[in-house]
Ligand binder design. Structure first.
Ligand SMILES: Nc1nc2c(ncn2[C@@H]2O[C@H](COP(=O)(O)OP(=O)(O)OP(=O)(O)O)[C@@H](O)[C@H]2O)c(=O)[nH]1
Ligand SMILES: [Mg+2]
Length: 354
């Protein structure tokens, strides 16, 4: 209490844990004050590699984050974790064998775990969560891991925030769910099949391998088990490899760029053309993609997609995924408003990102 923003900023920049904890609470309750704090921390921003971890409820994200935290610490990294709307805590302990345990004191010095509840009802990441990630970055962590549950909008948000996007995919999802998740998969830099110790994990890997080449850059697939530790080291190495690769910051810069002054309708025509050159759609599916109310650009653009009766409705997932990525590249958001796989219809909404 009574600490000035200047004092708080220097505490955060010096990596002092109490200052960081206080700054994070400030971001949760007063975004204007947090913005003032972040403006004082401008010189300390942009150094951390932000890892977004998303995926459907119960995929094993929190468990994975806990295991990865310990693995990264063992690799000499300083790691902060932000769990957004967690339904289970990130502990890193519950499932792990001894070989993944490290001294608690070492973990204390070089790691920081925080949960936050977002106020957004759509499951999107709030400004507060973004500010919290920036504060963790300013505090000098090498890596910031952000866990968000995959409900739709949050993946798009995390995509704009993260340098590496990990999508956790549990074994045992049926065909239908797979198609819905296709939109999420398109955003992935790394696909992880969790719980590789369980039956069905191999099938899930196979299913992903057949789907992945549809995306414009097929992400690598990592089967991992938090229970046995299998695959954890190679996943951690793959992520660290990305921190050494200049592509992520270029991508972040591209995403941070100002949106073009084009109208949504113009941009959609653009997206539509690009989509055709990116995705090898099966002509037999009789795919139609069109925008509805181009006359009212301010309120977002409705996009209707359909396949002909008996056509492969799975293509709708591919369309959604591709449009989401192309939209994100242009600082637009694209989300699924309605999906009727049986009827072969899908409705998307394209908007300027908040
Ligand atoms: N067998 C096995 N079970 C796992 C593994 N990882 C996680 N689980 C179990 O899967 C369940 C869900 O794990 P969580 O880590 O809470 O999943 P989550 O994706 O964070 O879940 P939400 O935050 O609720 O979306 C728990 O019962 C875990 O113990 C694994 O590698 N193997
Ligand atoms: Mg969780």
């Amino acid at each position: 209490m009574g600490l000035s923003l200047d004092d708080l900023a220097s505490g955060v920049a010096a990596g002092e844990r109490p200052a960081l904890a206080r700054a994070l609470s400030l971001a949760e309750r007063d975004s204007a004050a947090a913005a003032g704090l972040l403006s004082r921390l401008a010189d300390s921003l942009g150094r951390a590699h932000v890892i977004g971890i998303t995926g459907p409820p119960g995929a094993g994200k929190s468990t994975l984050v806990g295991v990865m935290l310990r693995q990264f610490l063992e690799m000499g990294q300083r790691v902060a974790v932000l769990a957004v709307d967690p339904s289970s805590p990130v502990t890193g302990g519950a499932l792990l064998g001894d070989r993944f345990r490290i001294g608690e004191s070492a973990a204390d010095d070089r790691s920081f775990i925080r949960s936050t509840a977002t106020r957004g009802s759509l499951g999107g990441l709030t400004g507060a969560a973004r500010q919290m990630v920036a504060l963790m970055d300013a505090a000098g962590f090498d890596l910031v891991m952000v866990e968000t549950v995959g409900t739709g909008q949050s993946e798009i948000d995390v995509a704009g925030l993260a340098d590496s996007i990990v999508v956790a995919f549990p074994p045992g999802l049926g065909d239908e769910l797979q198609a819905i998740k296709a939109g999420i998969l398109e955003l992935a830099d790394l696909l992880v099949v969790t719980k590789s110790d369980t039956a069905g994990a191999q099938l899930a890997c196979q299913a992903l391998r057949t789907v992945a080449p549809l995306w414009r850059s097929a992400p690598p697939i990592h089967p991992v088990s938090a229970l046995t530790g299998d695959g954890i080291i190679s996943l951690a190495e793959a992520i660290l490899e990305r921190t050494r690769n200049p592509e992520p910051s270029a991508r972040r810069a591209a995403r941070a760029a100002q949106p073009a002054a084009a109208s949504l309708a113009e941009t959609f025509q653009d997206l539509r053309l690009e989509l055709d050159t990116r995705l090898p759609f099966d002509p037999a599916a009789g795919l139609s993609i069109r925008s509805m109310d181009a006359a009212a650009p301010a309120s977002g653009l409705q996009v209707q997609c359909s396949v002909r009766p008996g056509g492969d409705a799975f293509q709708l997932g591919a369309v959604a995924g591709a449009l989401m990525t192309l939209a994100a590249d242009r600082k637009l958001s694209c989300r699924i408003e309605d999906l009727d796989l049986a009827g072969g219809r899908m409705q998307l909404l394209l908007e300027h990102a908040a």
